[in-house]
Design a protein around this ligand. Structure first.
Ligand code: GLU
Length: 476
């Protein structure tokens, strides 16, 4: 039997890292088992659902490299894949349940329900519908009503979870769930069951914040005579203080990580390992993840978000990219920072590639190559420390020597600088740091020769001379 898995986001906000991890684990499991991965948009909350959120979710999934076989923009034989486009289907199942006696009409007023709840609470009991209409056999002409599921009153419902093992729920604690509101719209737990059944989903893999919904859904499967899919609940994502990961711990949307200059491969890589143990495998490709992935490695306990590890992984991925690719990827970040780049970009990124943890850091570290000389940010400490009165003449002479270089390559520049130092009987440091400060305005920067080459001859000569001019004059 073909495995069919789904990701079912509600377009009521951005793609959350927890949602992305759920999508990713579903995707990995599907690809590993040559199954089908479908995307269903759960947009029944009309007030909070917005088309732009759906667009962003789709975009962020695509950015992460998660493609779907069926779903919006793709189609498929089990569509439509948006719940708002499936409304008509749900009523048929409500009618079937009313007909077979697993659902009933309930005319209890809001006031009555509040009174029932308060009475239960006063007795220290869990608030629960008291079953007033359960056996009244109310017909369609009973007036304003909801439809409730006639849940079993005794016994227990055991969810055979592929991650957590058997999880038992006492049926006495479960309510007679409303499956259709008085305005005729079906409710969340009900439509999820209908959709998963109609879309032939074999495995429901989702965050464990949904675990409490599962017994209700399982009962509905049974009442409707549907085969129950396999369930697997993924561990919650925790912030560094052990609480549920939220904005106070850091960024929670996939888009924020993209904006901060994380590579999709790195986030994919990090999210894959979040709550999934696989020996010491840390830095891996999507294909390697597919080969190694399995629900048996999923942790039962919460998974801690570790920003340092994500940054480290991002750096590894940045280092591993070829420079042409890196240049393409960093370009939009320069644009966003209002810095115009030019055809030196690929050579430039190679000089800072090993030092940047994010693409934003890469932009910051290489901005000096692209800003106008007049806009260079000068660090006073660097000027004081490295642009001394004796430095001026040295820099000026060296610049003249470099200007005569036969070609502007590292191989050509290195012997000129070294020969110059020997002839002046000064150490390399006496010129290397002043050149770096002149080029960047800062104490730190890329390696000397690669920086000069990446900057290009005109800029290098110009900035070195300007650096020399900044040195205080020699006395006397
Ligand atoms: N739409 C639900 C959510 O976004 C997911 C429901 C499910 O996976 O069953 O949390």
């Amino acid at each position: 039997m073909t495995m069919r898995l789904r990701f079912a986001p509600s377009p009521t906000g951005y793609l959350h890292i927890g949602g992305a991890r759920t999508a990713l684990h579903n995707w990995l499991l599907t690809r590993k088992n040559n199954g089908v991965f479908l995307l269903r948009i759960e947009d029944t909350d009309r007030k909070r659902s917005k088309p732009e959120f759906e667009e962003q979710i789709l975009r962020d999934m695509a950015w992460l490299g998660l493609d779907w076989d069926e779903g919006p923009t793709k189609g498929g034989e089990y569509g439509p894949y948006r719940q708002t486009e499936r409304q008509g289907r749900y009523c048929t199942y409500v009618d079937a349940m009313l007909a077979n006696g697993t659902a009933y009409r309930c005319i209890c007023s809001k006031e009555r329900l509040i009174a029932v709840r308060e009475a239960a609470q006063a007795k220290g009991l869990k608030p629960k519908y008291d079953g007033h209409c359960r056996n009244l056999n109310l017909g369609p002409d009973c007036g304003e009503h909801v439809v409730r599921f006639k849940a079993p009153l005794t016994g227990e419902t055991v969810v055979a979870d592929l991650v957590k093992g058997d999880v038992s729920f006492n049926n006495e604690e479960l309510d007679d769930l409303i499956i259709q509101r008085s305005d005729g719209t079906p409710t969340y737990n009900f439509v999820v069951v209908i959709d998963d059944h109609e879309m032939a989903v074999t495995h429901v893999v989702r965050g464990d914040d949904h675990l409490n919904n599962t017994p209700k859904q399982q009962m509905l499967y049974e009442a409707l005579g549907f085969p129950v899919p396999q369930f697997a609940h993924l561990p919650i994502i925790l912030g560094n203080d052990g609480g549920k990961m939220s904005k106070r711990h850091g960024d929670t949307s996939v888009g924020a990580y993209r904006d901060k200059g994380f590579l999709p491969e790195a986030l994919f890589n990090y999210l894959t390992r979040l709550g999934w143990a696989c020996g010491d495998m840390e830095h891996f490709s999507a294909d390697e993840a597919i080969a190694a992935f399995g629900l048996d490695g999923i942790a039962k306990a919460g998974a801690k978000w570790d920003m340092d590890k994500l940054s480290w992984l991002n750096q590894q991925w940045i280092i591993g990219l070829d420079t042409a690719d890196l240049a393409q990827r960093v370009k939009p970040y320069f644009e966003a920072a209002g810095i115009a780049t030019d055809d030196r970009l690929e050579t430039v990124v190679a000089t800072v590639q090993a030092r940047a943890k994010t693409l934003i850091e890469l932009v910051a570290a290489s901005a000096f190559y692209f800003v106008d000389d007049a806009d260079l940010e000068w660090n006073d400490g660097a000027i004081k420390k490295f642009l001394k009165p004796t430095t001026g003449p040295l820099l000026r002479d060296l610049t003249d020597a470099l200007e005569a270089a036969p070609e502007w390559t590292e191989d050509a520049l290195e012997p000129i600088v070294k020969g110059f130092c020997e002839s002046k009987e000064v150490g390399l440091g006496k010129v290397a740091q002043p050149i770096r400060v002149s080029m960047t305005g800062q104490k730190t920067g890329p390696g000397l020769y690669e920086m000069l080459v990446a900057a290009g001859k005109p800029m290098a000569l110009r900035r070195m001379r300007a650096g020399a001019d900044r040195c205080p004059p020699l006395e006397g």
